[in-house]
Design a protein around this ligand. Structure first.
Ligand code: ADP
Length: 436
């Protein structure tokens, strides 16, 4: 300010001095006014350069202006820099925020007041079948052409979610998408979508499981209560009474086995994997299961099976002993139960070249068609229902074997040929095997 006043005074004084040279006061006044005019022109020029710069706000090309206008320029430049930094920070935060929404496993779509897409993440685009970039600005109802969704949008009641089949998917890969809209701001909407296929699958599996268990328990229960009623209402001979009681005991035993298998499965699912601590001699395990096999084979028929042990050098495996014995027994009992009397069954532990241990059960039974093999470990899956029940099967044996092997880091392998027999193998991981 002082500098401006000095400049002005200097020019006015110069003008006045110039006027004084003409020896008259009007000239002096005119000279002073001329000096003030010259100053005003220069000042106007500087103001013009400042205004010109303000319209471009190019902080890297600041005009060289001195005095007050120079200060104005410098302050404006600092302000512009400050705002640029703020905008940069806000942009970076927005980018981070959008990247986080992009990474979400759920779909997110922002809709304007007319339900046109403002922004959508790739998950939403994939689940609802549109292009996250190309379709910005398009009406969502033109892109998601599902009657359920159209009805949802028209009704305008967004207090609940809806489920639709994902568009553009093959019937074999059908996906269920849950959608809910949350209104916000001035008539804008936030659309959230979720792939609920696996949740629905799990729910269906749970329903199937409950239905299967109820069915499995109801059958022996019906038989049992039928016998009880008969014994209550009809006079029976001693022989009949014995026969009925034997059949009742068989049904009760069947229920007991089923409940015991169910408890084993639920224990296996709910407990942590066994540590690598307890070592078991494979020959002892084998001897135990061999004895069981001989007993079972005798109880099943008049002609027993030929049960052979395949010998190998002794070695040790680690894991939970009861689980290992239960898995081995299940495979052995299947071989004995499904192989016709007189058939051959071979049991044995051996070491593989990779260092893992393999427990194999080979039989000369009916064999299993290839299409059934991938489903054998599903709970209650049976190739031959009546055969399984007749021989006291619960349909849970292989599910238990699979759980036990997986919990120990192993694998269950099945190879079979119809009419020739089957081989079931438990492959025990090398870390759980010791040879000395
Ligand atoms: P189950 O109690 O019915 O034997 P599993 O889960 O142990 O149930 O076995 C599932 C099905 O696999 C059986 O019902 C049977 O059809 C088939 N299966 C299992 N082992 C054998 C085998 N060694 N030979 C032929 N079929 C078998």
């Amino acid at each position: 300010m002082t500098r401006r006043a000095i400049e002005l005074l200097l020019l006015v004084a110069l003008g006045a001095v110039w006027g004084l040279a003409h020896d008259s006061s009007p000239w002096t006044l005119a000279g002073a006014l001329l000096g003030a005019g010259v100053w005003a022109v220069f000042d106007g020029l500087r103001a013009y350069r400042v205004l010109h710069w303000l319209s471009s706000l190019d902080v890297d090309n600041l005009p060289r202006v001195s005095g007050l206008w120079g200060d104005v320029l410098e302050r404006a430049r600092k302000l512009v820099r400050k705002f640029e930094k703020k905008i940069g920070n806000a942009d970076a935060r927005l980018e981070d925020f959008l990247a986080a929404i992009q990474a979400s496993p759920n779909g997110v779509v922002l809709l304007d007041a007319q339900a046109r897409i403002e922004w959508a993440n790739l998950t939403a685009a994939d689940q609802l079948g549109f292009d996250a970039q190309r379709d910005v600005g398009n009406y969502i109802r033109n892109l998601v052409r599902h009657p359920g969704f159209t009805g949802y949008m028209s009704a305008g009641d967004f207090s609940h979610e809806i489920q639709i089949e994902a568009p553009h998917t093959l019937p074999t890969q059908s996906r269920q998408i849950s959608i809910q809209i949350h209104p916000y701001g001035k008539k804008r909407k936030l659309l959230l979508s979720r792939d609920v296929t696996t949740v629905q699958l799990a729910e269906a599996m749970r329903r199937d499981f409950v239905a299967n268990v109820s069915h499995e328990i109801r059958t022996p229960l019906t038989v049992l209560s039928g016998f009880v009623e008969t014994m209550q209402n009809i006079p029976l001979s001693e022989g009949e009474r014995h026969q009925y009681l034997a059949m009742m005991s068989q049904q009760a035993h069947r229920m007991q086995t089923l409940v015991s298998d169910l408890l084993t499965l639920s224990r296996l699912e709910g407990s942590p994997s066994p540590g690598v601590g307890d070592w078991m001699n494979t020959q002892e395990l084998l001897a135990h299961v061999h004895q069981e096999a001989l007993g079972l084979s005798q109880t099943l028929g008049t002609v027993a099976h030929q049960i052979r042990l395949e010998s190998s050098a002794p070695f040790w495996i680690s894991g939970a002993k009861t689980e290992v014995l239960s898995a081995m027994s299940n495979l052995m009992s299947n071989a004995v139960r499904y192989t016709p009397a007189g058939g051959e069954i071979r049991l044995g532990w051996r070491l593989s070249e990779e260092g893992s241990a393999v427990f194999g059960v080979r039989d000369t039974g009916p064999g299993i068609a290839a299409e059934h093999i991938p489903r054998l470990t599903e709970r209650f899956y049976r190739v031959d229902r009546s055969r399984s029940r007749e021989s006291g099967g619960t349909g849970l044996g292989l599910a238990i074997v699979k759980h036990v092997t997986q919990r120990h880091g192993g694998q269950l392998q099945v190879s079979s040929e119809l009419g020739k027999g089957s081989t079931f193998s438990i492959v025990w991981p090398a870390v759980r095997v010791r040879t000395g």
